[in-house]
Design a protein around this ligand. Structure first.
Ligand code: HEM
Length: 460
């Protein structure tokens, strides 16, 4: 029988919980350095394995996916109240059916029709910004991606009440933000005032979502949005989703679909603002490909460097910095025994920065993604969208949104990070900037030889 992997002992009762919560990212990296590719640790009474090798991550997510389900941390009552049995949390045949029904809504062609909304909303947002102004670009990106996801999901414009929806969402995000991911294992059920506010906020959002579903069912119109696609989706036996299931999927897409994308954008702006050579190359590409006009989906194949920026940003700052699973049967991984019930985690944060797979792993080098350069990269050395059957359904949506928004905004302005506001990473459910990303804006003019069709500068 195979042996168990090595790992830190931690304290008698808490295991490694304290060390993990004190410095999550440092702890994850130290474990690999000190113990190797498969590390065993304990959080209270729960055993967790950390996987660092792309081959083992492939076993977890793809080759032997049938031996695992989503990690226990995703089954917390909090999370369940919010997203119910939606695509992120459901399992087995139920998940398979839902994925089959939802998949057509994410086909490239369908998604491409949302490109125009993305560009239009980005331009509308920056129209209000002023040259020289100081802003928190992380907050701006969250608001913008929220408006875009609501428009593409419901064909509804929340720009006027985005702050209200935003306030409710931040109520919802608070209990998540206050705890490190694995602490969810502690199954937090205590009735604190924070929890009370959380459940109230979920109820309020529920009311909005159910109202929209009822209106849409009554009108029967195809609005061309994701909700229409989900409403029309039919299984082979003709069955459709119930209101409750639609609600769960909509909430899931709403949550999964905007914060991660906002983070990829925010970290991109941060990296561009702190790497002026890459930024200059980015501007050159925008001026050459667009010459001042608004980008369109058909420009995407030529916005190659912009796409490389997006990929390199998600290597260094993967918005989803970990994926977790639970073994539903005894199995093995990397030559080690995995008892049933073990929680297993692969960390994009660590594997994306592993010098075995990436030269100068901590440096921002978008060029490393130039055509063909990464052919020898093991498949799961880079997995910002996960992989296997549970791979992100919105990966194309997200890449399109990131590249179009970078191009739209980068064309008209640039950012400088305010030195008095240092940027820090906060790994909660996603990889967030702890105190936002405070920047100063400056307007930029596209290259002069194309100035005849240049977009107006930021109003100053
Ligand atoms: C940069 C942006 C994004 C990142 C980094 C990201 C990352 C991920 C990852 C890592 C997973 C797999 C989780 C696991 O295996 O446990 C996932 C799943 C998922 N994502 Fe995304 N995501 C992004 C954007 C989006 C968008 C825009 C949508 C929808 C509009 C979306 C919807 C989903 C859904 C529904 C799942 C669950 C799929 C399933 O299990 O069938 N995501 N995402």
């Amino acid at each position: 029988m195979n042996s168990l992997p090595p790992g830190p002992k931690g304290s008698l009762i808490m295991g490694v919980m304290r060390e993990f919560n004190r410095d999550t990212l440092g702890f994850i990296e130290r474990c690999r350095r000190d113990y190797g590719d498969v590390v065993r640790s304990r959080f209270l009474y729960v055993t967790a394995y950390f996987l660092y090798n792309p081959a083992d991550i492939e076993t977890l997510l793809t080759t032997n996916a049938k031996s695992f389900r989503k990690a226990q941390s995703l089954r917390s009552p909090f999370f369940h109240r919010l997203v119910g049995n939606g695509l992120v949390t459901s399992e087995g045949d139920f998940w398979r059916r839902q994925r089959r029904l939802a998949q057509p809504a994410f086909h490239r062609q369908r998604i491409s029709s949302y490109g125009e909304v993305m560009v239009q909303y980005a331009n509308r947002a920056i129209d209000k910004w002023r040259d020289g102004e100081q802003r928190d670009v992380a907050k701006d990106m969250t608001r913008l991606t929220l408006e875009i996801v609501v428009k593409t999901l419901f064909n509804s414009d929340v720009s006027n009440d985005a702050d209200h929806v935003g306030a409710m969402l931040s109520q919802i995000a608070r209990p998540f933000a206050s705890q490190a991911t694995l602490k969810w294992i502690a199954d937090n059920r205590l009735p604190t005032p924070g929890h009370y506010r959380y459940f109230n906020a979920v109820r309020e959002i529920d009311n909005i979502v159910y109202r929209i579903i009822a209106e849409r069912r009554a009108s029967g119109t195809d609005e061309g949005d994701l909700l229409s696609m989900l409403l029309q989706a039919q299984d082979e036996d003709g069955s459709q989703m119930s209101d409750k299931q639609l609600r769960d999927e909509v909430m899931t897409l709403f949550l999964a679909g905007h914060e991660t994308t906002a983070l990829a954008l925010s970290w991109s702006w941060y990296l561009l603002a702190t790497h002026r050579t890459a930024e200059a190359k980015f501007h050159e590409e925008l001026d050459e490909v667009l010459g001042g006009r608004a980008p369109e989906v058909s420009d995407l194949p030529r916005l190659k460097f912009t796409e490389m920026i997006a990929k390199e940003t998600m290597r260094l700052y993967p918005p989803a910095y970990a994926v977790g699973r639970e073994a539903i049967e005894e199995t093995e991984i990397g030559g080690f025994r995995v008892p049933r019930g073990t929680q297993l985690f692969a960390f994009q944060w660590a594997t994306h920065r592993d010098e075995r797979f990436f030269e100068r792993p901590d440096e921002f080098v978008p060029e490393r993604w130039a055509d063909g350069s990464m052919q020898s990269l093991p498949k799961y050395a880079y997995f910002p969208f996960g992989g296997g059957p549970r791979q992100c359904i919105g990966n194309y949506f997200a890449m399109m949104e990131i590249v179009l928004l970078l191009a739209t905004i980068g064309q008209r302005l640039k950012f400088t990070v305010l030195p008095e506001h240092p940027v820090e990473v906060l790994p909660v459910l996603s990889l967030r900037p702890k105190n936002g990303i405070k920047v100063k804006l400056s307007a930029r003019q596209p290259s002069l030889h194309r100035a005849h069709d240049a977009a107006p500068l930021v109003h100053g």
